[in-house]
Design a protein around this ligand. Structure first.
Ligand code: ARG
Ligand code: ASP
Length: 709
């Protein structure tokens, strides 16, 4: 056993070392190609990205700017996550047609449901435009440099060649060391085709969120429509299904541990090149503060939601959204500690210093690490105050969040006058109607009481307005919630009635408004200016640091650019992991696990009867394997928020899975990727097809796809 383990270590480590990273698809030749082939890939890199011939990238559009999706038929059928299509599914749901609860399946194209604000964007071409963007910036100081770059980008975006139905955009990579042009096509007629019930598509809900072993069928299906020339067009009933340049064949062959996988999508944001000092700050100062605020807010909500069903419905979506990153930050903090990320970074910094010395680059790079140290120390209090302001006022206390919108409205009055104020006021007040529909004063009051006390006592005291420093928070809360007009739609409307002067005067006499105004004034006077000044300095250091790393690091350093919502390739293997001592997690889950978690009637773990039937009969059709139905699997692909809905692709370019989450212990991959515990979670395509075909009877959709057996 021991020998086997040792052997495993020797064999597995070098292969694992070639994983992690989010790579630019047009630049895979060389190291990435070699690594991918070594990991088992059978395609060429032109099969993944090509400009002159169709390639995989032609089947991977950005889904509404926040998720990823992939085309899976010649008729523009589009796959993404259930949690990515959630808003659309919800907006078509009514009490009589509750598609969130029961699922939705269009029987024919005529039944597919149009969506007003949904669009998907394909990438036509990616091109390096660094030289053009940096033209004329050499001699400038930091502020002027940033401005000049902005100017260059905006004029290049207008002048670089493209077709009339396409768009240009330029994005920065490696913290400002590289700029890339993206020529894109955006389709605005995208219709809902199918979604499983939430008891499948959201199975496990918040309890299972960020958790492995996982059993969620997190998928939904759309179709892209185009005009008669197959070009993007606004919604029209005359539009026809889009004919893609490429679509993914779906593999029924299944996966096993160590199989090659590639995930292709739009990761949103990572910070992989922070110095040790910044990681330390995240672990011990910033994450704990944000977690503490959300912890308090969630506990209050949970208490009310458990006792009152109406509140549960009002607060379910808010709870899920606050809990998502709360849980992620907890996992991230623990993972960074467990993998000694700070020590690892410190070691890398020692090596960096030695390399800079050896290359006689001390003059250029010798002060970098010390400057980081100074500036991160200097910004710490400002960052902390900013995080508290964001979390307490802008995110988790509804009265303050609403009040802040009115604060911005007052600024409009001050800066632009009464006309602009009145225009904005009408829209703002109208938007409050739906806000207050899901508002409960008692819940908000309890949250306010907790969070305002955190704000008053935990924010560095020099930034706390006198109204909140050392006061009786329970008493303040009582005063606010007995008198403020911001606790209901009707009373806010009344408060803001009349002409601008009258509304502003009334607003300023409101006790709730006075609290947020004091907080916002203090923030904008004492925190924001210095925070921005130091951020700019840190960004410049960060750019120089990454430039130095690119210049001085050996190839094994595998430097990839941080995620920036552009298309990336990440690759790895199907692989289990050890979350803690003496525990090993297998890489594949089965329908048996759904039944193990089944709690009849529970809002998170109920299972539809039809699915139980299919399970009892083992009626899995062509989708099962050895009498079992695979559900989810994990791999070493390096993903982040935005990768939801990304295709998981096998060695030959077939679709094997749909990415939707990461494992909790490894969510620190946004800051430090460690192949021993960082895993992405995918739903197995066989489960997706099984649900469509066997569960929902939408066999016509499966018939539209190309299956690889
Ligand atoms: N954790 C996943 C991501 O960051 C899924 C979130 C949606 N699901 C949920 N239960 N909130 O987006
Ligand atoms: N769940 C995330 C998303 O929606 C994916 C992740 O963070 O791994 O993009």
């Amino acid at each position: 056993m021991k020998l086997l383990r040792l052997l495993f270590l020797f064999v597995a480590l070098p292969a694992l070392a070639q994983q992690g990273g989010m790579w630019i698809p047009s630049l895979l030749k060389g190291m990435n190609e070699k690594e991918m082939k070594h990991l088992g890939m059978k395609m060429s890199v032109q099969d993944i990205y090509d400009v002159n011939h169709s390639s995989l990238k032609d089947a991977v559009p950005h889904f509404n700017g926040g998720c990823t999706s992939e085309v899976i038929s010649s008729q523009g059928l589009l796959l993404t996550n259930h949690h990515c299509g959630y808003g659309e599914i919800q907006s078509h749901s009514t009490v009589e047609h509750d598609y969130l609860t029961n699922g939705f399946w269009a029987i024919s194209q005529a039944e597919e449901l149009p969506n007003e604000d949904l669009e998907v964007t394909f990438i036509v071409k990616i091109e390096d435009v660094t030289t053009k963007v940096l033209e004329g910036t050499q001699a400038l100081d930091e502020k002027a440099r940033v401005q000049k770059i902005q100017q260059n980008i905006s004029s290049l975006t207008k002048t670089l060649p493209k077709e009339s139905w396409q768009e240009n955009s330029i994005r920065t990579f490696y913290e400002g060391n590289q700029y890339m042009l993206f020529v894109t096509e955006t389709f605005k007629d995208v219709r809902l085709v199918g979604a499983p019930p939430s008891s499948i598509g959201k199975f496990g809900s918040d309890t299972d969120n960020w958790v492995w072993p996982r059993h969620t069928g997190d998928f939904s299906i759309f179709r892209i429509y185009a005009d008669k020339s197959n070009r993007p067009a606004a919604y029209s009933k005359d539009n026809v299904p889009y004919k893609p340049k490429h679509f993914f064949p779906v593999s029924l062959k299944g996966i096993k541990e160590d199989d090659f996988t590639l995930v292709f999508g739009y990761p949103g944001r990572t910070t992989e090149y922070l110095p040790a000092t910044a990681v330390e700050q995240t672990v011990s100062v910033l994450n704990p503060a944000k977690i503490e605020v959300r912890d308090a807010a969630l506990k209050v909500m949970d208490g009310f939601m458990r006792k009152d069903n109406a509140i549960k419905i009002q607060y379910a979506a808010k709870y899920a959204s606050i809990a998502n990153y709360w849980k992620k930050w907890i996992g991230e903090t623990q993972g960074l500690k467990k993998t000694n990320a700070v020590a690892v970074k410190k070691n890398q910094e020692k090596e960096f210093t030695a390399r800079a010395q050896k290359a006689s680059k001390q003059a250029q790079y010798g002060n970098l690490l010390a400057d980081f140290e100074t500036n991160y120390k200097a910004i710490e209090h400002y960052s902390l105050a900013r995080d508290y302001f964001t979390e307490v006022a802008l995110r988790n206390t509804e009265l303050l969040t609403i009040g802040y919108k009115l604060y911005q409205l007052e600024q409009v009055y001050k800066n632009k006058g009464a006309q602009a104020f009145n225009d904005r006021k009408a829209n703002l007040i109208a938007s409050f109607e739906s806000t207050y529909k899901d508002y409960n004063k008692n819940v908000d009051e309890k949250i306010f009481e907790q969070l305002i006390a955190l704000y008053g006592t935990k924010v560095p005291q020099q930034f706390v307005p006198k109204e909140l420093a050392g006061v009786d928070y329970a008493k303040l809360t009582k005063e606010v919630y007995t008198s403020s007009k911001l606790t209901g739609f009707a009373s806010v409307k009344e408060l803001m009635a009349g002409d601008a002067d009258k509304a502003i005067t009334a607003l300023n006499a409101d006790k709730g408004y006075q609290v947020i105004k004091a907080m916002a004034d203090a923030y904008f006077e004492k925190v924001a200016p210095k925070y921005e000044e130091l951020s700019l300095k840190i960004a410049a250091l960060q750019r120089t640091y990454v430039q130095a790393l690119l210049e001085l690091s050996p190839a094994e350093a595998r430097l990839f650019p941080d995620a920036n919502s552009t298309l990336r390739v990440t690759y790895g293997k199907v692989k289990g992991y050890e979350p803690r001592d003496a525990t090993y997690y297998e890489p594949v889950t089965y329908l048996d696990g759904v039944m193990e978690k089944y709690v009849p009637g529970d809002y998170e773990f109920d299972v539809p009867e039809k699915l139980i039937d299919l399970y009892n009969k083992k009626d899995y059709g062509q989708y099962g394997e050895n009498g079992k139905m695979p559900v989810c699997f994990i791999g070493t692909n390096h993903t982040t928020g935005g990768n939801s809905g990304s295709p998981a692709i096998d060695a030959k370019g077939n679709l094997i899975g749909l990415n939707f989450d990461r494992v909790w212990e490894g969510t620190m991959s946004d800051i430090y990727y460690d192949p021993s515990i960082c895993r992405n979670i995918m739903v197995d395509m066989r489960y997706v097809l099984f649900i469509i075909d066997k569960y929902a009877g939408a066999t016509h959709l499966v018939n539209e796809m190309k299956l690889v057996k």
